[in-house]
Design a protein around this ligand. Structure first.
Ligand code: SF4
Ligand code: SF4
Length: 316
């Protein structure tokens, strides 16, 4: 995946997130618990799931399978008998060693093109012990490591992971405290503090590489004042700041349907691509030390280092 680090990568999603961003594209990561997901388009109404459910949580009504989520224990029995994979269990428990075993199976690809492991979510910092253990084993296996985080946790929790990371993506959803609270459900003070400390840490230690990601959502955080205030914040960070602007997309809409959650935004609205380049221009003008790209495919990862190795081979 090109947006999650250099080369071919294995993404491990840790379930559970303290934020509720209105544009979240991976609602499967919100709850920490396993969930059953249902894709009506794949369902042939065979009824096997209804017969298999020990809790009587499945019924066929209105041309689809309805799931009583009060009764459902996420046992996965319905998914096991569903031959079309219309029902799938989202989230399973693994030990760190089991995760790494899966990651190692892909390692031949990493060595060829400088890829590696990306821990994502949900929010990685919601499961700090698991994240630390997975990263530690990956490091010991000379696998390039990246994490994606909202930085909404104590600094100590984030700091513990940093020596184990080659690359950290951190999101800034909105620079304004009130707007951040309204759009994500949490305040941004801790996030802004952690971003400042993260850049200071990386500048002092020379590692990890850090990328600031700005999800740009039409009408919510792409106005001129927000752009300018964000650019001023970036200008105040030490060292070179790699900024990656993430365009809004609606790829997650089906996932909301699959777990019976309403999509929080207007599904007919789209972003204006012109605002993305305008944002980059504002950042470049205000923070001349920053490099700014739009979309993950444009990030220059050539400076990323693998543990105990020289600069990775030029893979671009
Ligand atoms: S088992 Fe799968 S295909 Fe059959 S009714 Fe259930 S969800 Fe639909
Ligand atoms: S996961 Fe288990 S309890 Fe939930 S609907 Fe499927 S079979 Fe029933």
């Amino acid at each position: 995946m090109i947006e999650d680090g250099p080369g071919i990568r294995t993404n491990v999603f840790l379930k559970g997130c303290p934020l509720r961003c209105k544009w979240c594209s991976n609602p499967f990561g919100l709850s920490r618990k396993p969930q059953i997901a249902y894709n009506q388009r794949k369902c042939v109404l065979c009824g096997a799931c209804v017969a298999a459910c020990p809790e009587n949580a499945c019924t066929i009504e209105g041309g689809r399978v309805q799931t009583d989520r009060e009764k459902c224990t996420a046992c996965g029995a319905c998914a096991e008998v569903c031959l079309t994979h219309a029902r799938v269990l989202v989230g399973e428990e693994y030990t760190a060693e089991e995760v790494i075993q899966r990651v190692r199976e892909d390692s031949a690809f990493y060595r060829r093109d400088g890829g590696g492991l990306t821990l994502s979510g949900g929010e990685v910092l919601m499961q700090p012990e698991a994240a630390e253990e997975i990263l530690r084993v990956a490091r010991a296996s000379m696998i390039h490591t990246a994490i994606e985080t909202s930085a909404y946790a104590s600094w100590e929790r984030l700091e513990r992971l940093l020596p184990l990371c080659d690359l950290v993506f951190v999101d800034l959803k909105h620079i304004d405290p009130q707007a951040h609270l309204r759009l994500t459900g949490v305040p941004n003070k801790r996030i802004l503090d952690n971003i400042r400390r993260l850049w200071t840490y990386a500048a002092e230690k020379g590692s990890p590489e850090v990328v600031l990601r700005l999800p740009v959502i039409y009408g919510l955080n792409d106005d001129d004042d927000t752009m300018k205030a964000t650019a001023r914040f970036i200008a105040g960070l030490p060292g070179t700041v790699a900024v990656n602007i993430l365009p809004y997309h609606k790829l997650g809409i089906t996932k909301y349907e699959m777990i019976d959650l309403p999509y929080p935004l207007d599904p007919d609205e789209d972003g204006d691509p012109a605002r993305l380049t305008a944002y980059c221009d504002v950042i470049r003008r205000t923070a001349p030390g920053a490099s700014c790209s739009v979309g993950g495919g444009e990030i220059d990862y050539c400076r990323v280092r693998a543990p105990n190795e020289e600069v990775l081979a030029d893979h671009h």
